[in-house]
Design a protein around this ligand. Structure first.
Ligand code: GDP
Ligand code: IMO
Ligand code: MG
Length: 420
């Protein structure tokens, strides 16, 4: 049996914290897509840790962690992260597995990412520049190198062949940065990777499922960054939605039980692209300040705005969300008034649907006002203690989406999660 936990907005919904909280109830935590563009924050012994490649179950001794075939893997980031994990006394060699089908991010992929963004100029995606797009392009273009190839004698030859191809592309894009230092650390990290348990991920996970083990698939990014269903072209290069679990781990759809969708009580986006409820005023600033909305991977300030039920409803539909987790509810504690987006006015036409493209049309959000609860909720422990006004805010969201908020997160700490 597989449950899925994923983000319903534009990423950074607090997935890391929630996976870390749920991890003790699962036998396996598996990443199924994305790569080091992800930054999942959790607190271990009150110390902040940001994970980019390793699944967020790594700090639980009895939890097995799998980097699935749908992920793109940066060996250098993985190595760095293993050092951090080890500093907490965790033996990553024991409970971290990597699928042999997982594609590798090469130093030239990072260079290509940078070159592509430079070429786009004002229309840049706002990529994290981790090489994600180029690595997935080599996967679908049938050129990429996979983790399993590491064990093959021809690995270096294959690498050189691909590097030459990339070099031609970089030359044609007029990109001439010296990447020899990146290459050096890449090959060191590749050596380091040889000590990992490199497995056939699809048999590994299906064997676990047959043995009755519980698997939690951990999403990266968010549904509105999905390459098919997000705000294209301002998206990432993988399927971030629940369907990505089947292709990203090799599990059949009938094996999936719950799809747990994580949303902030408001909304943020980092990088470029449409964001209908974005606030460009002092309220947006306040959300950023109180919510500490700065990227966990790049440190960039996150754009902030009100919760967008049109986009959330769409995300619930394409994912088949069965339960919601609402994070960062405490960030709204200080606000006198709150707003919720209930429809879009697209080029003058009111709609509750997300249009196929959102860049060439004018989208005005229709907002419904709510009174704020103006109370410190960060120390509350039970649903009964939650302010009445917050309950009304949540009830409205439940009704609009037709799915219920099952947990409210009221702070970054492991223990700040209230079951409803
Ligand atoms: P992820 O990418 O979805 O795992 O989310 P990030 O880790 O990038 O960003 C979420 C940020 O919000 C992190 O700094 C978390 O520590 C923090 N966070 C998570 N849940 C809560 C919450 O309920 N309240 C507050 N105030 N912060 C939270
Ligand atoms: P987590 O897992 C927020 C955004 C980037 C950019 C776009 C494409 O922490 O929620 P890419 O590097 O994939 O080419 O960037 O997607 N992005 C994220 N935004 N959270 C993330 O991951 C993100 N991963 C990518 O900012 O706009
Ligand atoms: Mg993040």
């Amino acid at each position: 049996m597989v449950d899925v936990l994923l983000g319903l907005q534009w990423g950074d919904e607090g997935k890391g914290k929630i996976v870390d909280y749920f991890a003790p109830s699962y036998d396996v935590i598996a990443r199924f897509q994305g790569g080091p563009n992800a930054g999942h924050t959790l607190y271990v012994n009150d110390k902040k840790v940001v994970l980019h490649q390793i699944p967020s179950g790594i700090f639980h001794e009895n939890t097995t962690n799998l980097i699935g075939n749908g992920v793109v893997l940066d060996a250098v980031t993985l190595r760095r992260e293993c050092d951090i994990v080890q500093s907490f006394g965790v033996d990553f060699r024991k409970n971290l597995y990597i699928s042999e089908r997982t594609h590798l991010i090469l130093p030239t992929h990072r260079a290509l990412d940078k070159a592509s963004e430079l070429q786009k100029g004002n229309e840049k995606i706002g990529s994290t520049l981790k090489g994600i797009g180029p690595a997935y392009m080599d996967k679908t273009g049938r050129n990429g190198l996979r983790v399993g190839d590491l064990l093959d004698k021809s690995f270096t030859t294959q690498y050189i062949k691909l590097r030459l191809k990339h070099q031609k592309l970089l030359d044609s894009m007029n990109f001439h940065e010296d990447i020899s230092a990146w290459e050096e650390e890449f090959f060191d990290a590749i050596e380091f990777m040889r000590q990992f348990k490199i497995v056939n991920g699809e048999y590994f996970i299906n064997d676990k499922i047959s043995q009755g083990k519980k698997v939690l698939a951990e999403g990266a990014q968010g549904s509105m960054l999905d390459v098919d269903f997000g705000t294209f072209p301002f998206v990432t290069s993988s399927n971030t939605i629940s369907a990505g679990v089947c292709t990203g781990l090799g599990v059949a759809p009938q094996k999936i039980r719950d799809v747990i969708g994580v949303t902030k009580a408001y909304c943020t986006r980092v990088g470029s692209g449409p964001f209908p409820t974005e606030l460009h005023d002092a309220t947006g600033e306040e959300l950023r300040k109180i919510g500490n909305e700065f990227g966990a991977t790049t440190g960039r300030p996150r754009r902030c705005g009100w919760i967008d039920l049109v986009a959330l409803n769409f995300a619930c539909m394409v994912n088949g969300v069965t339960k919601l987790v609402m994070t960062k509810a405490d960030v709204l504690d200080a606000f006198e008034d709150l707003q919720v987006c209930t429809s879009y006015v697209v080029n003058g036409q009111k709609t509750r649907q997300v249009p196929f493209q959102m860049t060439k049309v004018n989208i005005e959000p229709e907002l419904k006002a709510f009174k704020g609860w103006k109370q410190d909720t960060s120390k509350l422990k039970t649903a009964a203690e939650l302010p009445e006004v917050m309950k009304q805010y949540v009830a409205f969201i439940n009704e609009y989406l037709g799915v219920n908020v099952a947990y409210i997160s009221n702070g970054p700490g492991r223990d700040q999660l209230i079951e409803i």
